[in-house]
Structure formats: structure tokens, C-alpha cells
Design a protein around this ligand. Structure first.
Ligand code: EPZ
Length: 449
């Protein structure tokens, strides 16, 4: 079992280069199947989720290999259109493969992704959209089987789902005519997926707005593509600087991608300057409450930054209200923060956080990716030592988080403890080793969101 051992109280300072975006890399890896070719993808972060997605591509017949900062995906030969059950249950985002497999082979079989710690995570919009585009989709408790071609036309998403937008963009490529998707998600990662598809010679327009137009076609070239920066990783590091009363510079990130987050940090008393490709933050020492913050689809405050904000609010002067407007169960970090002295009450999607003077170190357990990051930030802010277990959740989505924070002066170390009956029992009791999540037929060992 691995854990982070953190000694808090040191203001972070210095410079950090932001890495490639997990939530752009995953749909782009799936999209590498849309056109059979040898694609070069640069800037893919070295994280658990990307490794699982690469294994899925290999299981489908593609060849994937890392050459330095480049991921070479040879998708010329596919041998299957069925995503292996064992891998599907490890990576929810493999649901993106429905669209790319349908585009390439005219069929796709996935096992129904279960719920996870942050919500039930249904895929009804994905399925409804595919049917509207002309595909045949049959589903049971175990799996979803899709086949056919896109007949074009218009589909209005009932909710701007990021994954459904990305899936339908790829599925629409198989048509002969024009497909128009409305009420799409506008996250920057969707623009990155469009950029990759265009690099392959596909005709996709409008990503980043609510309306995306896709012209069916085969694609004309092998891609050479650079993945965008990870705006959520950047926000996490900015909040670490803010929460520890430090100051620093993030490079390789556009401030425009983080408008809502920068606004909240300024409301909390931070001084922020953002330039073409870097963001500078100077913390004001003790932060003040930002008042009420609601998470929402882009460009609203990102749900993926909500747990980290809760940690900052735990020590900010005043009372903060957070409304989690995207997922129905994204407060798994609350209990763990309270072990460290935070004063948090939750009711449904709302949380009230009364700022305390300081947090105390404790042994806490990460149960999901961003909730785990929030506990790391709390450890950096707390007195004495904090031990964060369940860090496999964190390492799915952050590349060497402990190394990056150490680079900014954080006192954080990754330690491995020999697995004994006792440690396993206590971890399972604390829910650190997830053996099953929610209703999904795929028993998730580590459902990745
Ligand atoms: C993507 O998940 C991200 N993951 C998530 O990041 C992110 O939190 C989320 O978008 C919202 O921004 C990746 O890009 C790999 P959604 P996704 O479909 O596509 C409901 C992280 O920490 N919904 O926009 O699954 C759903 O239940 C992860 O990096 C339906 O009801 O998000 C949720 O309440 C966490 N039916 C809401 O919409 C559907 O068919 C948003 O889901 C699909 C979604």
C-alpha cells in the first residue's frame, strides 16, 4: 500500500510547468481509432488512466508505445470492437470508445460502466444520442451493443454532458452527410478533441460552443498532435500555493482556461496575474471566504476543482457555501477533512464550510481523484503530519503530484508499506480499497472517473 506523508505549514513558492490534460488525452486516445493510421500524440501525461486506455487500445488490436514525450498509436489493424470487461471496469472513460469504434467498424460492445464514488454516472444521453443519429443500440444490465452507421441530422443533448458530446462527435464521423449536435458541452478539452480529429483530416466545427457540426468522412492523414495543458492540474497547484500562503508561477497554461477559478481565488484575497502562457499567484496569507460557489459546466466553476476549494474554505475566514451542481455525490472528502478539524455540514448537493483557524494533521483516505487531491492540499496546510492513503486514486489523474509539490517546497513523500492483513483490513474498512461501486455490472476495482 502506498501513501503520501505530508508535513504542513510551509508556504509553497517557485515555478511549475503544467502537464498535458488527462481529460483531453483520454478522448484523443480513443479518437486515434477513428482513422486507421500511425498517430503521434505529444504531451500525454504519464498517469494511470492513460495507461489503462492504452491497454484497451492494444486489446482492440492497435499498437501503442511511448517514445519520450510522444505516444505513437498505430491503429491500422483493429481485431475487435468489444472493450474487454476487465479493462472497461477500470476506466469509465472507455465509454468514449463507443463513438470511435462505431465510426471505424460500425459496431461497438461495452460493458455497462458502474457508478463510482462521485455519482451514478449513467450513460443514457450517450445511448439516446447514438439512437438519434441512426445507430441500433441494445442494452441489458451487463452490456451495451451498438451497430450501424450515422444517418446525419440533428440531436439536441438534454444536458451538456462532456463525454456524450465527445462520443457523439466521433460517432457522427461515420455518416455520409452533416450531423449537428446542439446543447453540447463547451469544455476546452472538447476543442482539443476537435483539433485532433481535424489533424486526421476530419471535418468537425464548433467545439467550444454549444453547437457542433460534423461532416461524415474517412479522414485523410495520420495525426501529429500536441495535447493541451491540464487546467485542473493547474488549478490544483494554484490552490496549493493559495492555501499555504505562498506565491508562485505556473508556466505552460493559459489563464483564459481558468477564468472562474481565478475569479474565486481573487475573491479569497489572492493577487493573480495571468499572461499569454503563465499564471502568477501571490497568496494573502489567511484567505477569506469566497461566499457562495456553485459548480457548473464550462465556463462555470469546474466540478473537478470543488474538493480542492472545500479545503481552502476550511481555513478561510468566514462561511462558504458550495453547491455541487454537476455530480450527486462529490463530497467524499468532507469526512476526511473533518478528521483534520474542518467544520463542514452537507445536505444533498450543498455544503456549508465554517472557516477554522487551522487544520491538524491526521491519517486520511482518498476515495476519488479530486477528493484525494483536496486531502493533499489539506496536509500541506495543516500542522504536524498528515498521511494520505488510497493514493492510487490520485495517481490515476496527476502525474507525480508529490514531485511537483516538492519542487515548490512542499514537504511530501510517497511511502510504500508492506501489505499486511491488518493494513488491508483497516484500508478496506476506511473504504480506501474499492471493491465495488454502485449498480454497475462491472465490478470496479478502481473505477476511473
Ligand atoms: C467528464 O466526465 C470528466 N472526465 C470529469 O472529470 C468531469 O468531472 C466531467 O466531465 C464534468 O466536467 C473526463 O473527461 C474523462 P458528464 P463525464 O458526462 O463525461 C450526468 C475528473 O476528475 N450524465 O459531463 O462523465 C452525469 O451523471 C473527472 O477528471 C447523465 O445523466 O461527465 C453527471 O451528473 C471526474 N447521463 C453530469 O451529467 C449521461 O449520459 C456530468 O457528466 C451522461 C452524463
Amino acid at each position: 500500500m502506498e501513501s503520501y506523508h505530508i508535513r504542513g505549514g510551509t508556504p509553497l513558492h517557485g515555478e511549475y510547468q503544467v502537464k498535458g490534460a488527462k481529460n483531453a488525452a483520454l478522448p484523443i486516445l480513443a479518437a486515434a481509432l477513428c482513422r486507421g493510421g500511425i498517430h503521434e500524440i505529444y504531451g500525454c501525461p504519464e498517469i494511470g488512466d492513460a495507461s489503462v486506455m492504452m491497454n484497451i487500445l492494444r486489446a482492440l488490436g492497435a499498437d501503442c508505445r511511448r517514445e519520450g514525450n510522444c505516444l505513437v498509436v498505430d491503429s491500422r489493424q483493429l481485431t475487435s470492437a468489444a472493450v474487454p470487461h476487465s479493462l472497461m471496469s477500470m476506466l469509465r472513460s472507455s465509454v468514449f470508445l463507443m463513438g470511435s469504434l462505431l465510426m471505424r467498424t460500425g459496431e461497438a460492445v461495452i460493458c455497462r460502466p458502474g457508478g463510482c464514488n462521485i455519482g451514478s454516472r449513467p450513460i443514457d444521453i450517450h445511448i439516446d444520442g447514438l439512437r438519434h443519429l441512426g445507430y441500433t443500440v441494445t442494452e441489458d444490465a451487463e452490456k451495451v451493443v451498438c451497430s450501424g452507421r450515422c444517418r446525419g441530422g440533428k440531436y439536441v443533448l438534454p444536458y451538456p454532458s462532456v463525454g456524450a458530446t465527445e462520443n457523439l462527435m466521433m460517432a457522427a464521423l461515420s455518416g455520409e452527410g452533416l450531423t449537428v449536435l446542439e446543447n453540447c458541452a463547451m469544455e476546452p478539452e472538447i476543442m482539443d478533441l476537435q483539433g485532433f480529429l481535424r489533424n486526421c483530416g476530419f471535418h468537425v466545427y464548433g467545439a467550444g460552443t454549444g453547437t457542433i457540426a460534423v461532416l461524415g468522412g474517412k479522414g485523410t492523414s495520420d495525426a501529429m498532435y500536441f495535447i493541451m495543458e491540464d487546467r485542473i492540474e493547474a488549478a490544483t497547484y494554484l490552490m496549493a500555493l493559495a492555501g499555504t500562503g505562498g506565491e508562485g508561477m505556473l508556466t505552460g497554461v493559459r489563464g483564459g482556461l481558468l477564468g472562474s477559478v481565478l475569479q474565486v481565488l481573487e475573491n479569497m484575497g489572492c493577487r493573480i496575474r495571468s499572461f499569454q502562457d503563465r499564471i502568477e499567484l501571490v497568496s494573502s496569507g489567511r484567505l477569506r471566504s469566497p461566499g457562495t460557489v456553485s459548480t457548473a459546466p464550462y465556463p462555470g466553476f469546474p466540478t473537478d476543482c470543488q474538493p480542492q476549494l472545500m479545503t481552502l474554505a476550511a481555513c478561510a475566514a468566514g462561511e462558504t457555501q458550495i453547491c455541487e451542481g454537476v455530480f450527486e455525490n462529490r463530497f467524499t472528502h468532507k469526512k476526511e477533512l473533518m478528521k483534520m478539524g474542518a467544520n463542514i455540514e452537507t445536505c444533498g448537493k450543498n455544503a456549508i464550510i465554517k472557516g477554522v483557524d487551522g487544520l491538524q494533521g491526521a491519517e486520511v483516505c482518498a476515495r476519488d481523484l479530486r477528493g484525494g487531491a483536496a486531502l493533499v492540499l489539506a496536509g500541506l496546510m495543516a500542522e504536524k503530519e498528515t498521511v494520505v492513503t488510497g493514493i492510487q486514486h490520485i495517481e490515476r489523474g496527476y502525474e507525480e503530484l508529490e514531485k511537483g509539490l516538492r519542487q515548490l517546497g512542499g514537504n511530501i513523500e510517497k511511502k510504500s508499506e508492506r501489505k499486511t492483513e491488518k493494513t488491508e483490513e483497516s484500508a478496506a474498512e476506511a473504504g480506501c480499497i474499492s471493491t465495488d461501486h454502485g449498480s454497475g455490472s462491472c465490478v470496479s476495482v478502481l473505477p476511473h472517473v
